[in-house]
Design a protein around this ligand. Structure first.
Ligand SMILES: Nc1ncnc2c1ncn2[C@@H]1O[C@H](COP(=O)(O)OP(=O)(O)OP(=O)(O)O)[C@@H](O)[C@H]1O
Ligand SMILES: [Mg+2]
Length: 276
């Protein structure tokens, strides 16, 4: 494993390059610096996770990369290699699926928007519904599904586009521990067959190690990149690595760094809530 204190090196073949990106929010007369001078790259086919305390700007960065929010300063470059393919899909923490559409209709959403003929769209949706383990639920409505099943729908809807870049913001945070493990294992397998680039935001160091090639640790607000770790486990990954000593040692090393930031963020929050 390698640790660099200034993870700013950007390979020429990066899929995504974030250069000196800052984002400030102004609300009700107060100003929040959510992210300050962030530098990050994601290689082609690389799985990068972001971990950091609450409020350090992870979602803000992901939304800027997705093009949903503009940086206050700095630049973000994303290379669209194959314009016949979709560039980017996003999976959010909360199940962002439409209750009035069936599973198939939800999964087909991006395909419909791209003008893919219904028959082709249905076939591609059916394939992904099966791959995420929802066989038999194609015609079901979200209200009849469990939380884990809804998140599988969101995953299938993102993956059916076969995007070059997949952005995931704590996609498994709302799931119970067992379901989360199942979906993590499924995501490992899916990623290893698709080989697209992924940026994954999580509060779980274990999840980050299991899934990623590289983990970027962020500091408390204003978010900066504090360190990065290369995950040493080979692919295809056997989920049994979870119980290896090397896994535990890496988890502890990352936690030792993150702990101070989590404490700093908690102190910051209690100051904000304290009487003047
Ligand atoms: N639209 C907005 N208007 C005002 N402030 C915002 C807005 N979006 C985010 N912020 C603030 O910017 C900071 C970073 O928020 P962000 O959601 O990116 O954090 P995060 O790292 O994703 O946190 P969490 O781990 O809790 O999801 C926070 O202080 C947040 O309150
Ligand atoms: Mg967030």
């Amino acid at each position: 494993m390698s640790l660099t204190s200034h993870p700013t090196g950007t390979p020429a073949d990066a899929k995504v390059t974030v250069r000196a990106v800052s984002r400030t929010f102004h609300r009700g007369g107060s100003t929040t610096v959510a992210l300050e001078a962030a530098n990050l790259h994601i290689g082609r086919g690389e799985f990068v996770s972001l971990v950091g305390p609450s409020g350090c700007g992870k979602s803000t960065l992901l939304r800027m990369i997705a093009g949903l929010l503009r940086p206050s300063s700095g630049e973000i470059d994303i290379h669209h290699d194959d314009t016949s393919r979709s560039l980017c899909s996003v999976v959010f923490q909360e199940y962002s699926i439409f209750p009035w559409r069936t599973v198939t209709a939800n999964v087909r959403l991006g395909l419909d928007a791209a003008g893919i003929p219904r028959k082709v769209g249905n076939a591609r949706a059916a394939d992904w519904i099966e791959r995420v383990g929802l066989t038999g639920f194609a015609k079901a409505y979200p209200a009849t599904l469990s939380g884990g099943m809804k998140q599988r729908v969101a995953l299938a809807r993102a993956l059916v586009m076969e995007p070059e870049l997949l952005l995931m913001d704590e996609p498994f945070a709302a799931l119970d521990a067992q379901l989360r493990k199942v979906l993590q294992d499924e995501l490992v397998a899916i990623y290893e067959t698709l080989g697209n680039s992924v940026l994954f935001v999580t509060h779980s160091i274990e999840e980050a190690i299991l899934l990623s090639d590289r983990i970027v640790v962020m500091s408390a607000r204003p978010g900066r990149f504090k360190a990065e770790f290369t995950v040493p486990f080979e692919r295809p990954r056997d989920v049994a690595i979870r119980s290896s000593a090397e896994f535990g040692a890496l988890e502890e090393e990352i936690w030792a760094l993150l702990r101070d930031e989590v404490l700093a963020a908690a102190a910051d929050e209690s100051m904000a809530g304290a009487p003047a």
